[in-house]
Design a protein around this ligand. Structure first.
Ligand SMILES: [Zn+2]
Ligand SMILES: [Zn+2]
Length: 329
């Protein structure tokens, strides 16, 4: 019997462990994909640490690039041998009020890859072909992987930030290192905010073309038009509100954040706004991958073997990643 391997999580706070299973047979509109690379996202860390709760046991990973090896009877997109990307949005119901109004990212009955359905920390994964994305030719597998969440949800957050010239990025990890490149390509100025003392991260941000890099308690040299918060730190909400101009926007791009401390109404006054960004639509994926190829976005990746998934999560937790970590089976 053909077998697959996966790094499975049984309970939050426990290390992932390698399991071996029979290779699944895809049903309905599902396809079976042989994984060639899977990015490690902060959301995987929130799953592993129990900050958010989904199905258990679970194989995390939702920045998957691989090759189609088998198709379910109703899978009419893609063919065996095609390269596909599998993002966080694994499935939607198609008939709730959000799905029916073009907001499938907010679906009432969604399936999320690596959260409510097994993901890509594995040699193989099953995904609904209707929610898979074609990967532009210019990217190799490992460099394409971080585009599928860090890039894609980062891009959605940048769209929500409006058209302003000066954009602040709080937390300069996998998402910000991609979004900075998009913002600069759009002719804007990117300002990078890192942890205090993270001079390596600030240098990395400047090397990508950010006009300024400092730590998150600093005031940037200009008033920002918008700030996007990627770090899961609630205190960054009032901090970034104080850095944006009148009418400025603060966009929270993560799925989880520590509590937001109380702050004076004066910091929100003058039409400043705060919003979150949740998940993605398939159209976001199509739009972003087209732009990423056009720029072209250069992702910085560190490859680790699949069996090192726990070490990858630890490194991410410690904030010691330049760009993104990608697991390779
Ligand atoms: Zn729905
Ligand atoms: Zn993610």
């Amino acid at each position: 019997m053909a077998m697959m391997r996966a790094m499975q999580m049984d309970a939050p706070g426990e290390a992932l462990h390698m399991v071996e299973r029979p290779l699944p047979v895809p049903q309905g509109s599902d396809i079976l994909i042989q994984v060639s690379a899977c990015g490690v996202c902060r959301t995987d860390l929130h799953v592993a640490d129990g900050d958010i709760h989904g199905a258990l046991p679970i194989v995390p990973g939702h920045e998957i690039v691989g090759t189609v090896v088998a198709l379910g009877p109703d899978a009419d997109r893609f063919a065996a041998g095609d390269r596909v990307g599998i993002p966080w949005l694994g499935q939607t119901c198609g008939h709730c009020r959000y799905c029916e109004s073009g907001r499938e990212n907010l679906c009432d009955h969604p399936v999320f890859t690596g959260f409510s359905r097994d993901g890509g920390f594995a040699t193989h994964v099953v995904a609904d072909a209707r929610f898979c994305l074609a990967i532009p030719d210019g990217f190799d597998d490992a460099h394409a992987a971080p585009l599928l969440c860090a890039g894609l949800i980062g891009y959605r957050a940048l769209s929500m930030a409006g058209e302003g010239l000066n954009i602040g990025l709080y937390g300069f990890g996998a998402a910000a290192h991609i979004v900075a490149q998009v913002a600069i390509w759009q002719g804007r100025n990117a300002y990078a905010f890192t942890r205090k003392g993270d001079e390596k991260g600030q240098k990395f941000a400047r090397s990508l073309g950010c006009v300024w890099a400092g730590h998150s308690e600093e005031q940037p040299p200009v008033e920002l038009d918008a700030a996007i918060i990627f770090a899961p730190v609630g205190a960054l909400v009032p901090a970034s509100l104080r850095a944006v101009c009148k009418g400025g926007r603060v966009v929270c791009a993560g799925i989880h954040m520590s509590d937001i401390p109380a702050f004076p109404y004066a910091d929100l006054w003058e039409e400043r706004s705060i919003r979150s960004v949740a998940n993605l639509t398939r159209q976001d994926g199509v739009d972003f991958l087209e732009i990423a190829a056009k720029i072209p976005v250069k992702t910085h990746v560190t490859r680790l073997p699949l069996g090192d998934a726990n070490a990858a999560l630890d490194t991410l937790r410690a904030g010691e990643v330049e760009g993104a970590i990608v697991l390779v089976p």
